[in-house]
Design a binder for this molecule. Sequence first.
Ligand code: ZN
Length: 259
Amino acid sequence: MYLASLTWKKLEEKITEETVALIPLGSVEQHGPLAPLGTDYFIPEEFAKRVEAAYPDKIMVLPTMPYGVCPYHASFPGTIDMGIEILSEVMTRIAMSLMDTGIKKMIFLNGHGGNGPSLDKAALAVYKRGGLAAIVDWWTLAGELNAKWAGGHGAGQETSVMMALKPEWVNMKDFFPANIHHVSDSLQNTHISIVTFEKGSVRIIRDVKDVTSSGAYGGTDAPEDANREWGEEILKGVTEYLIRFIAEYFKVSLSREKN
Ligand SMILES: [Zn+2]
């Protein structure tokens, strides 16, 4: 079910104790020279559609929240930043409105790391009102399911998924190698904001343009290796996992009675 497609009367009829709301959200921000600005909201929206198709009577998909928290990308054109406080407020109000409507279980299908703190806050507000909210960071999940599906930013993982979904928005011919500026010779970045030292890693936050000249940052996923088959494999693997996870999530009792 899609919330936007129903009348209030139909919505009232269709909501049950089991209904789970899926709230896709992302960010509008630079994704290097290959992938489009809308990458981070477009992908979660697609996961929501695929999961809805598996449970059309029990899943309620909300309109996608395209904007997120991305101040560190602002040196590149096209970056639209909501800031942590505003996104926290928006996501909490969406969640509280769902609870007023009678939907107590929800899943934030997230496409962007910067949204994490805001989602944690909204999810806790849901819990405190007797509901439950899960947060799915698909790009992290993909790498956990299969090391070949792990990804950086605007690199092979995200670009491949966009090639599978919207090839006309991907510009492989515009590729150029990024100049990566590490924090120092002994403190090398292994992701945009992660520096690995000895066996551990530390987060050091800088303006993204000062870390990578192209805006892209690959981990094991070089942007120039992106291809459609890789993207389709990731989409399929993550979707299948989400369908299995949600089967268990439906069963979770909201009763807080403790022995
Ligand atoms: Zn992204």
